[in-house]
Design a protein around this ligand. Structure first.
Ligand code: 5AD
Ligand code: FES
Length: 350
């Protein structure tokens, strides 16, 4: 390994941070040897904190109706070919009940920005899940809302909120989103969520259009300072009905490399091996765990709607029942020497 690269790697392992230019340098000069060195260190720190547990979150995709028009996303409002759906509160509750029976202790409700899901409706669903299953954590992933709304949902019992920052660079952000969306509001949401007391997840796509090592270095510096409890990163995968349909997908190699770096920056962070990673490679999620991830999110959505929540092409797990999905992942984790954990999997704060 080149001397400067080796030196930066050692410093990242020892000090958990680098300067922005140094992150970019590491990314630009990465090699198989560097990736192995960082993955080994990442797995070691993760093992010290979490042992060989991989946490599971049951993902319920509650609707694909969305007022936003993010250029990369298959459920953007201008996609006229998207078959829209929305689960009823009863359907959502029965997904959670089924998940509970399967052993899930955290549920993630994810959906497009849909005016139907008012604070009142969402609060009702959240508090009913918490009433039925008080030992569970409820996570929301419902996009940008007002601070008051986040507060109301928190008061109703929501524990965690996932809102990917998408890119920490405002210029890059504006190239991925329509003019009416703003990086500033995204950041405002993330700050509000943290101040209210949620466990907060941010994240970004690897290999999104126009992304270079400079943007990625901004993302890593952002993660260093924001200190999210969770960080969702997965490859960008083009969707055929979006303006980015001809753009190349992000790679397994770079995603795994960044998983290791993020684990080293923030040893206790909850880091999913995402469905998108499993989509671009048959063993993507296993390889993500071996690079430093420690969360998987099997799908609990009703099979009838699964293929409609199509953020990108060829998404996996659309044909399987919830139990099959969970069994499949348990088996996959066992094949690499890890066990699915059954508890809520809260972040270990030191
Ligand atoms: N490829 C990969 N990830 C995507 N997302 C949206 N569209 C795509 C795509 N084409 C991610 C975004 C969003 C999350 C719910 O899914 O980062 O925050
Ligand atoms: Fe869903 Fe394998 S994890 S089918």
């Amino acid at each position: 390994m080149e001397k400067r690269v080796a030196e930066l790697a050692d410093r990242l392992v020892a000090e958990h941070c680098l300067e922005k230019e140094e992150y970019a340098f590491l990314i630009d000069h990465r090699s198989e040897a560097l990736a192995s060195r960082l993955a080994e260190a990442a797995v070691k720190v993760r093992r010290e904190i979490y042992g060989n547990a991989v946490f599971t979150r049951g993902l319920i995709e509650i609707g694909n109706i969305c007022k936003n028009d993010c250029i990369y996303c298959g459920i953007r409002r201008s996609n006229g070919n998207c078959d829209r759906y929305r689960l009823t509160p009863e359907q959502i509750l029965s997904c959670a009940d089924e998940g509970y029976e399967l052993g899930f202790r955290t549920f993630v409700m994810q959906g497009g920005e849909d005016a139907y899901f008012t604070d009142e409706r969402l609060s009702g669903i959240v508090s009913e899940i918490k009433r039925r299953h008080p030992d569970c954590a409820v996570t929301l992933s419902m996009g940008e809302r007002s601070r008051e709304s986040y507060q109301t949902l928190f008061d109703a019992g929501a524990d965690r909120y996932l809102l990917r920052h998408e890119t920490a660079d405002p210029v890059h952000y504006h190239r991925l989103h329509p003019p009416e969306m703003s990086w500033e509001n995204r950041m405002r949401c993330l700050r509000d969520l943290q101040e209210i007391g949620y466990q907060v997840g941010c994240g970004f796509m690897v290999g999104s259009p126009y992304q270079t090592s400079r943007e990625l270095a901004e993302d890593l510096a952002f993660i260093e300072s924001f200190r999210p409890d969770m960080c969702g990163i997965g490859p960008f995968v083009p969707h055929h009905d979006t303006p980015f349909s001809d753009q190349p997908a992000g790679t397994l190699e770079l995603t795994c490399f960044l998983l290791s770096v993020i684990r080293l920056i923030h040893p206790a962070v909850l880091l999913p091996a995402t469905t998108a990673l499993g989509t671009i490679h048959p063993r993507g999620r296993e390889l993500g765990i071996l690079a430093g991830a420690n969360v998987v999110m099997p799908n609990l959505s009703p099979t009838a709607v699964r293929n409609k929540y199509e953020l990108y092409d060829n998404k996996i797990c659309t044909g399987e029942e919830s139990a099959q999905c969970r069994g499949c992942l348990a088996q996959r984790m066992r094949s690499i020497g890890y066990e699915l954990a059954v508890d809520r999997g809260d972040i270990r704060r030191s």
